[in-house]
Design a protein around this ligand. Sequence first.
Ligand SMILES: Cc1cc2nc3c(=O)[nH]c(=O)nc-3n(C[C@H](O)[C@H](O)[C@H](O)COP(=O)(O)OP(=O)(O)OC[C@H]3O[C@@H](n4cnc5c(N)ncnc54)[C@H](O)[C@@H]3O)c2cc1C
Length: 502
Amino acid sequence: MGDGRITRVVIVGGGTAGWMAAAALSRTMDDLSIRLVESDEIGTVGVGEATIPAIRLFNALIGIDENEFIRETGGTFKLGIQFHDWGRIGDTYMHAFGQIGRSLGMLPFQQYWLRGRNEGVAGRLGDYSLNETAGRQNRFARLPQIPNTSLDGIAYAFHFDAALYAAYLRKVAEAAGVERTEGKVARVRRNDESGHIEAVVLENGTAIEGELFIDCSGFRALLIEDALETGFEDWTHWLPCDRAIAVPSENASPARPYTQAIAHKAGWQWRIPLQHRTGNGHVFCSDFISEDEATATLLANIEGRPLAEPRTLRFRTGMRRKAWNSNVVALGLASGFLEPLESTSIHLIQNGIAKLLAHFPDRDFDAANIDAYNRRVRFDYERIRDFIILHYHANERTDAPFWVRCREMGIPETLARKIELFKSQGQIVREGDELFIEIGWFQVLTGQNIMPDGYHPMADQLTTDELAGFFADIETIVARTASHLPGHDEFIAQHCAAGVPA
Ligand SMILES: Cc1cc2nc3c(=O)[nH]c(=O)nc-3n(C[C@H](O)[C@H](O)[C@H](O)COP(=O)(O)OP(=O)(O)OC[C@H]3O[C@@H](n4cnc5c(N)ncnc54)[C@H](O)[C@@H]3O)c2cc1C
């Protein structure tokens, strides 16, 4: 690399994406001058409060103390997502993080569960998940393993206040040398020969020069789209929701250690418990209900007093044709949008950053390197897209045209293959390093009432009595362990209550 090293990085945008990128690059790359431009007047999208466990890897990468991070962001712990009324009205299931039960021989737990269910000796899937059992009882602790057993312990992520999270990351990044410029980007200056962006020019005429530009400007996509016209691949025919109404409310109950996703007539509602308030939102498809009706549905289904006026967010599901084009890498909403049903957007930012670090360019911006990055990012987006579509498509609801349309729509080939394989064999094949693990798919497939015709023949190696004993042992251990965990609120009060000094 030698002389060709990148020395100046410009990040446009100071939302979650911008400050995550700034924090990660400043903490991992020496000799890099990093400047972040943001406009307080434009502001940030202001939502994005639920995460998945991989965020703990990001925290480790930037070297932050978890209790401090939770204190400063008003955070709570998250053990999974509870889905209401998705497959059929009245259904409830959880997509709990972590493993369920344990594998035996070569077979994963779920193959035994499928057989046990047929023979009436297996209980609810969630009874073998410590995450789900603890969640239902509002309990939490950091417990990587159930002591003296071969069973995994608690796998967790966080809920946090998006504005506080960006502010916290800003502190981390600025302490590591990132410089911030307040101002509005009005235009860009490009190199006539290479077409590369050389500088962003602010409304006041200041030019900020760089070699690598990271577009974190949100839905505006100032560099990747306005300047470079990269193009957008629209996925609204598979994920037709296009708006959300968001409103915070007072906490009305102990903070649940999980997100709730409650299906409504033409979309669904999130409930995200934080220490100081609850985040609520109604994601819906405007072809099927009006904004007024969506707002009324949301307000009728929040638990505490609203703390602000409801506000509307509009979006289009899909991804940029290339997340990296020329010398611009787009992260966050500038790179694409998948609705928050499985809390994957912040993860996609983290993932984009990790891959950018892995493929960090020199000033030649080698095309093969950029191509490899784009292929990997596309793979991640498409697999998560499929997982989200599954929740909508696999429904038996007859009460509302939106759900009928979702059931009857065509789905991507990759998802169709997954569902077919599962129906016939109970098998789930995780491809490459796709995000969601087999048991995650299993919980959603069965939670949406897709049950396979059979199970793997190796599950027959146990007698029915042995099988019943296997389930009973796990259920007992899980129940006993959960009952000894502290309450979620109690754990927070003891370790990471907002406003409590370290
Ligand atoms: C309804 C909804 C719910 C969501 N829920 C979740 C969730 O639960 N979990 C999850 O992981 N994700 C969620 N997301 C996604 C998440 O909010 C985003 O991925 C995350 O906030 C990143 O946003 P961003 O930083 O890309 O954009 P933004 O927050 O919009 O930031 C854009 C930045 O660019 C700056 N900017 C724009 N134009 C200019 C300009 N001309 N000059 C200078 N600066 C400029 C702005 O000032 C701002 O600082 C949700 C998104 C939506 C819409």
